[in-house]
Ligand binder design. Structure first.
Ligand SMILES: C[S@@+](CC[C@H](N)C(=O)[O-])C[C@H]1O[C@@H](n2cnc3c(N)ncnc32)[C@H](O)[C@@H]1O
Ligand code: SF4
Length: 403
């Protein structure tokens, strides 16, 4: 949940959107929990420490979230979108593990009462290692959570210090073991490319994650966001700049080690047993984004909420927490499909390039230079070296398209 909201149309006072239902889309919920104990120096997500909350109570914040769940049910019916059960729920943050399990449980009850859950629903909660112990994990499981996405970042204490993370390697090891013993699915988030991190340090982080037997790894290269503490330290010369070549080596090492351990890459930054929730985003399914700054996507319309928990709550009291929306035209939807799906191992149908007016020779050149490949089912996919450059490649295709 990035810090800035897009520009778009102001949310209509009567809450009315004009939509043509996408009858084949599955339905998903994202719930944003906008609280953190401290802000990590590299992070510009929409999250707040206790001093920044302008009187909002974290202990009672499940109440407006449940109010929005009830509102969403009413609005979907008002927009004539047929009711569907939820296929996934994702509690993201911020730090969802700072919520009491009873708060999570009440939100899940409300989602289930309003929409129902499909058999085998995936319910993920993002957690910081320092916020988990055996009891908390047990309570979260009893509440219905079946997948934990743990913000590990690194197993190297020096890297954790550079990133301002407050947990230790031992805490992560204990949390993963406890979660697995309880039968929870476990994913870990890792970051590579922190100033001072060597290839060897990253290798040890990957090896440790593999040794813990997690079923899924997300590995992101550190993005230096403008205005963050880490960006200022780099600008002052206190920390080294990101080394893009070293980062490319780290990516290739990630693919090698995770691949050997049986965790198959299925999206540029993701390996292992796929997250159904993330796949729903990439496939442009329908989802509602609950909570401050959260984005929803229903039948080709995108909408987003007020950012600060206080403005979110105040707007909700007046009838809707939404700040703005946009109808995605057909061209924008096709462009998004190319941007998101070319990052996946599935790739995109060859016909998509034609529909977007991407000159054939550009695609042929990318295949000839080993960045893309044509699979047997007429899908075009990024190769391993192509994955490192795929976002830039797509932007280049779109800037030269002739539609
Ligand atoms: C926003 S956090 C929320 C979950 C939890 N608080 C945590 O830190 O893991 C989700 C993921 O985004 C990653 N992230 C945040 N800022 C990032 C950045 N500038 N570059 C790369 N990854 C980032 C985090 O490290 C984390 O793994
Ligand atoms: S704990 Fe997670 S969400 Fe909070 S500041 Fe750190 S990275 Fe961002």
């Amino acid at each position: 949940m990035a810090a800035s909201l897009p520009l778009g149309l102001s949310w209509p006072g009567d809450n009315q959107l004009k939509l043509t239902p996408n009858l084949s889309a599955t339905f998903h919920a994202y719930v944003h929990i906008p609280f953190c104990a401290v802000r990590c120096g590299y992070c510009d997500f929409n999250t707040y420490t206790s001093k920044e909350l302008r009187g909002v109570s974290q202990a009672e914040f499940h109440i407006p979230l449940i109010q929005e769940v009830n509102l969403s049910k009413q609005l979907l019916s008002q927009w004539a979108i047929p009711a569907r059960e939820l296929t996934t729920v994702f509690f993201g943050g911020g730090t969802p593990s700072m919520f009491e399990a009873s708060q999570i449980s009440q939100i899940l009850e409300s989602l289930e009462d309003n929409f129902g859950f499909t058999d085998g629903i995936e319910i993920t909660l993002e957690a910081n290692p320092e916020g988990l112990d055996h009891l908390k994990l047990e309570e979260l499981k009893a509440a219905g959570v079946n997948r934990i996405s743990l913000g590990v970042q690194s197993f190297d204490q020096k890297v954790l210090d550079v990133l301002d993370r407050v947990h230790s390697k031992d805490k992560v090891i204990a949390a993963v073991k406890q979660a697995r013993e309880l039968g929870l699915r476990v994913s870990v988030d890792l970051i590579y490319g922190a100033p001072g991190e060597t290839l060897e340090s990253w290798r040890r982080t990957l090896e440790q994650a593999i040794e813990l037997g997690v079923e899924h790894v997300s590995a992101y290269s550190l993005i230096i966001e403008e205005g963050t503490a880490i960006a200022r330290k780099i600008a002052r010369g206190e920390l080294a700049e990101v080394d893009e070549d070293l980062n490319a080596d780290k990516y290739l090492l990630t693919e090698e080690l995770l691949g050997k351990a049986g965790l198959k890459n299925y999206e540029v930054s993701n390996w292992g047993n796929p997250s159904l929730h993330n796949q729903a985003y990439w496939q442009s399914q329908d989802w509602w984004g609950y909570g401050p700054g959260a984005h929803g996507h229903i039948s080709g319309a995108r909408f987003w909420n007020q950012k600060h928990p206080a403005t979110y709550t105040a707007a909700l009291e007046k009838g809707s927490p939404a700040a703005g929306f946009e109808y995605l035209d057909e061209r924008t939807q096709l462009e998004e499909r190319l941007l998101l799906m070319l990052r996946t191992s599935q790739g995109v149908p060859r016909s998509l390039f034609r529909e977007l007016g991407v000159p054939t020779e550009l695609v042929a050149n990318a295949i000839a230079s080993g960045l893309l490949e044509l699979a047997s089912n007429d899908q075009i996919k990024a190769t391993l070296s192509g994955r490192l450059l795929v976002d830039g490649l797509v932007l280049d295709f779109l800037s030269k398209s002739q539609a």
